[in-house]
Design a protein around this ligand. Structure first.
Ligand SMILES: Cc1cc2nc3c(=O)[nH]c(=O)nc-3n(C[C@H](O)[C@H](O)[C@H](O)COP(=O)(O)OP(=O)(O)OC[C@H]3O[C@@H](n4cnc5c(N)ncnc54)[C@H](O)[C@@H]3O)c2cc1C
Length: 470
């Protein structure tokens, strides 16, 4: 059926044609390996394009537009009757996604590698059984099967019914009221999107703050904006029950020692995703897992040395550029076993596309404290910065973390206008291991949002120079 090479049908078989899988396929085929991608989804595109990054960002941009239109008066512009057609907002998003997915289809079917539509599972360490009845063998594998929405924490929630992020993206009408369970990036982005399209939103989060991976000051700033915009935010809660109450759905939780109930037309379940590894029969291939997550070393190799994994199925960060990097590293290491590469999370970047946006790279103060890493930090607020005042974007701040001895930039955080774009200056600086002295000396055009970085850089440069001179 397949032309056999080195005793196998393919040099590399890649399971899953999402962001991680496509990156692995492109790299493997580019290195001259006989490569096959097996994609089992109903639609081609992967999570990022179909139901993740791209549709949510398309919606959040629409939320920014309506927010600006409603506040146009600030700049002396009269837009007194701002209204919206929710179905049309969703339809534009759908059109964009179709275009992005078409591009991915073209890439996957470009002929650089073989592309098969089927579900795959292992029958032995070198053989896959496909749902179309075929089997294929390969010398190496990259598993990139993504993630699935996690199971709800208690059965009452299942009985009450809820929307997942997938469901929320298919609505043609916004619910009048919504309870968002969770406080991660997906939860806060949907919370603000719906709130800006006039849904009454209540967030219920277990941790003491929303966005628990971020520094408390960043999370607190977003909570402040959410509350000011009319979103009710409960943090430090413990969910205990859910039920239907007439036409509404009610959630009960413990909060500050009290039992609290909130009711809304809909519940959005945004309590996370789980690696999608259940149906792969990994045990037949000798691949071990850490819970549902495929365990890998920094070379992206699993416990079976010829099998690699990339993306959400291995984690630990569900971020698309990480999935891409992991896929590229896996394929590179298969092609070049003599000069292997490894994944490095020093420049780990996270962006939350709310308004204000949050961009973060490298070390956080929370992490520095937990790992006992010495650091100095300086911040500067957007409500004292020329360009952001022109834009009336007064919320948020930038923060830099530096090594107290050398001044090397260890981390950065930007809560503010275009925070997801602005953080890239610090990613570039950190990639070149720049110091705060070098960043402060670098030219910054005036008046730009980006020049705000010079203030914390100068503050830290001054401090570190003083300490070095003692
Ligand atoms: C609402 C939401 C918003 C997000 N926003 C962002 C964002 O703004 N920025 C960001 O960086 N990340 C974001 N993410 C996360 C990002 O989408 C994922 O980290 C990324 O898409 C994972 O890529 P992947 O290749 O690992 O998995 P996927 O893209 O899910 O690809 C896995 C593929 O494997 C296929 N598959 C599964 N099992 C099998 C099998 N047995 N056989 C054959 N094929 C199989 C699936 O059909 C799928 O196409 C978001 C996620 C969500 C849910």
């Amino acid at each position: 059926m397949f032309s056999r090479m080195n005793g196998f049908d393919f040099d590399v078989a890649i399971i899953g044609g999402g962001s991680g899988g496509y990156a692995a396929a492109r790299t493997a085929a580019g290195a001259g390996l006989n490569t096959v991608v097996i994609e089992g989804g109903k639609e081609i595109g992967g999570l990022c394009i179909l139901r993740g990054c791209m549709p949510t960002k398309a919606l959040l941009y629409a939320a920014d537009v309506i927010h600006l239109a409603r506040h146009a008066n600030t700049w002396g512009i009269r837009a007194s009757e701002v209204s919206f057609d929710f179905a049309q907002v969703m339809a534009r998003k759908n059109t964009m996604i179709e275009e992005f997915a078409d591009d991915r289809v073209r890439e996957l079917t470009s002929g650089k590698f073989k592309f098969i539509r089927a579900h795959a599972r292992f029958v032995d360490p070198h053989t896959l059984a496909l749902s179309n009845g075929e089997t294929l063998t390969a010398g190496n594998f990259v598993i990139s099967t993504g993630s699935v929405v996690s199971q709800p924490p208690f059965p009452q929630l299942e009985q009450t019914g809820y929307l997942t992020s997938d469901d929320a993206l298919t609505l043609v009408e916004a619910p009048k009221s919504l309870i968002v369970l969770g406080g991660g990036a997906v939860a806060v982005e949907f919370a603000q999107f719906f709130a800006r399209f006039d849904t009454k939103v209540t967030m219920v989060q277990r941790s003491q703050h929303i966005l628990r991976d971020f520094d408390t000051d960043a999370a607190a700033e977003l909570e402040k904006v959410f509350r000011r915009d009319g979103i009710t935010v409960f943090t430090g809660t413990k969910l205990v029950d859910a039920r239907r109450e007439g036409n509404l759905k009610e959630v009960t939780f413990e909060h500050n020692g009290n039992t609290t109930r909130v009711a809304a037309e809909e519940i959005l379940f945004a309590l996370g995703r789980t690696p999608n590894t259940a149906g792969l029969q990994l045990e037949k291939a000798g691949v071990t897992t850490d819970g549902p997550r495929i365990a890998t070393n920094p070379q992206m190799q699993t416990s079976a040395p010829h099998i690699y994994a990339a993306g959400d199925c291995t984690g630990p960060h569900e971020i698309v550029h990480i999935a891409v990097q992991q896929g590229e590293i896996a394929a590179h290491n298969i092609a070049h076993p003599g000069r292997t590469r490894h994944i490095d999370y020093r420049l780990l970047t996270q962006v939350v596309f709310t308004d204000p946006q949050i961009g973060m790279v490298g070390l956080t103060e929370k992490e520095a404290r937990a790992r006992n890493v010495p650091w100095l930090a300086a911040t500067y607020p957007f409500n004292d910065h020329g360009k952001s005042l022109i834009m009336d974007a007064r919320d948020g701040f930038v923060k830099l973390l530096a090594d107290p001895k050398t001044g090397e930039i260890l981390g950065g955080c930007c809560v503010g206008p275009m925070g997801g774009e602005l953080i890239h200056e610090i990613i570039a600086a950190m990639a070149r291991r720049m110091t705060v002295h070098e960043l402060a000396a670098m030219p910054h055009y005036h008046p730009t949002l980006a020049e705000i970085w010079t203030y914390p850089a100068e503050a830290l440069a001054g401090q570190i120079r003083v300490e070095q001179n003692l």
